[in-house]
Design a protein around this ligand. Structure first.
Ligand code: IMP
Length: 446
């Protein structure tokens, strides 16, 4: 234990706060999104946790199944239903109308929600959704398969410094000026947009401004709140949106989202240094899925794909699109696990995979490849090599309940073999295992 002065000269005890107790966790996905991060965040959060999301927008999505029904979240982190406080950080791109709907959905159920929204987060407007669609049309056969939720164009606006920030929603005049500026600069991308008409643009500006009445009271400099919370030794969970392989720099560019998604983006998206995090948990689905275009070496096709897609309910929470599905890809998971410097893994949807008679795991791409992204992006050719394992059958609700009450030792032997093989291949421990859809079907593995 050691004591050091903090920035204000006050003596603080660092070892207790940052080293002995794993107080601050970062949870992120290691594949192409939809790994089931939400379920893991929900599992590790409690009523004392401050939950923070720091990137992306409504392009993300997760469903939490509770005894009060299904909740679909796009902006709020999944653990919002039980957390002490929820923070939407500056790195996010927020559609204010969608946000109000999500918050009202929780309030309607008489569940409490203490939320803080960063004044510096970016606002997604209809203009940006129009631009997103227009860009996708223009790409032709180079299309990315975006969610059309305006994510890319809103980040473009942020970086060109013309973006509308959440704090701007308080001023109708600022919204009108910025919308007009954006329209002027982006004329060609808005040629099919109804907002070329000034009357329409003014209506949009008024609607955006009207959201301030509801949202304004939650808006603050969230980085200050978070820094104070770190100082107080609060329990915090940062939830990354989107998978690591959709990262704008390290993912399968251009088939990626428009923000960084790897662990380092937590710092720029929230103001809290990655050095404050005690544990980084990488979430991996027991097989792979991907929405939209882009390389996918272990992809399944035909009946095999259809059967796994149906068993796993692999249809986008955000767009309803059928997800492409395939076997687990170890080279990609090892790559993502290094990029994020993860401490441990959580594995989801083992119940879904188990119903396959034979299960495959891609262990390599044939020859020695120095970076799997090169293989995926065509510089080298990905020729997946697989090992095969037996499935463990379909788990009934009674069986899931039994496993949950008795713990990891009662997991079917074949499932254990799968879990332990993945641990060995990735070189990281799996500490959390999810074996069913409902909230209480997640177990800790020692
Ligand atoms: P955008 O983020 O809407 O621009 O879409 C870019 C690509 O990322 C598309 O292929 C999307 O389907 C994909 N994508 C973005 N966010 C997620 C996510 O949270 N889960 C899965 N795919 C996503």
């Amino acid at each position: 234990m050691s004591s050091i002065p903090d920035l204000s000269g006050k003596i603080i005890n660092i070892s207790l706060r940052y080293h002995e107790v794993p107080m601050i966790k970062l949870i992120l996905g290691l594949q192409f999104g939809d790994e089931g991060k939400g379920k893991i965040t929900d599992f590790v959060s409690d009523e004392k946790s401050i939950l923070v999301r720091y990137n992306g927008g409504t392009n993300a999505g997760h469903t939490v199944v509770t005894d009060r029904g299904k909740f679909k979240f796009h902006l709020l982190p999944a653990g919002s239903l039980r957390a002490k406080t929820v923070v939407l950080g500056n790195g996010m791109v927020i559609d204010p109308f969608a946000l109000i709907e999500e918050i009202k959905g929780i309030i309607k159920e008489n569940l409490r929600l203490d939320i803080r929204i960063s004044s510096a987060a970016s606002v997604v407007t209809d203009l940006h959704k129009n631009i997103d669609r227009e860009q996708e049309n223009l790409r032709g056969d180079m299309k990315i398969g975006t969610t059309s939720h305006g994510i890319g164009p809103t980040y473009e606006e942020k970086y060109s410094r013309n973006g509308i920030r959440i704090s701007d929603l308080s001023s109708l005049e600022t919204i009108i000026r910025k919308l007009r500026l954006i329209r002027e600069i982006r004329q060609s991308e808005l040629r099919n947009s109804p907002y070329l008409e000034d009357e329409k643009l003014l209506e949009l500006a008024k609607n955006l401004h009207s959201t301030w009445d509801f949202i304004g009271k939650f808006v603050c400099r969230t980085e200050t709140f978070l820094m104070d919370s770190v100082e107080k030794g609060e329990k915090m969970i940062f939830e990354g949106g989107h998978g690591s392989l959709l990262d704008i720099d390290f993912g399968t560019y251009p088939y990626v989202t428009s923000s960084n998604t790897i662990s380092g983006s937590m710092h720029t998206g929230s103001g809290i240094s990655l050095r404050k995090v005690n544990t980084i948990i990488g979430v991996v689905k027991s097989y792979t899925s991907r929405v939209g275009e882009g390389p996918f070496p272990t992809e399944l096709h035909g009946n095999e794909a259809e059967s796994l897609r149906t068993a796993g309910g692999e249809y986008g929470t955000t767009t309803g699109r059928p997800r492409r599905v395939g076997w687990l890809d170890i080279p990609l998971i090892r790559y993502a696990s290094s990029l994020n410097d993860i401490d441990e893994l959580a594995m989801t949807k083992l119940d879904v995979l188990g119903s396959r008679k034979t299960i495959k795991i891609c262990t390599s791409y044939g020859k020695k490849i120095n970076n799997p992204m090169n293989a995926l992006l065509g510089a080298e050719t990905a020729e997946p090599e697989y090992i095969e394992m037996d499935g463990w059958g379909t788990l009934g609700n009674d069986e899931i309940e039994k496993i949950v009450s008795k713990g990891y030792d009662s997991v079917p032997e074949k499932m254990k073999e799968y879990i332990e093989t993945v641990e060995r291949l990735v070189g990281k421990k799996i500490s959390i295992v999810s074996i069913g859809q409902i909230r209480g079907s997640t177990i800790l593995k020692k």
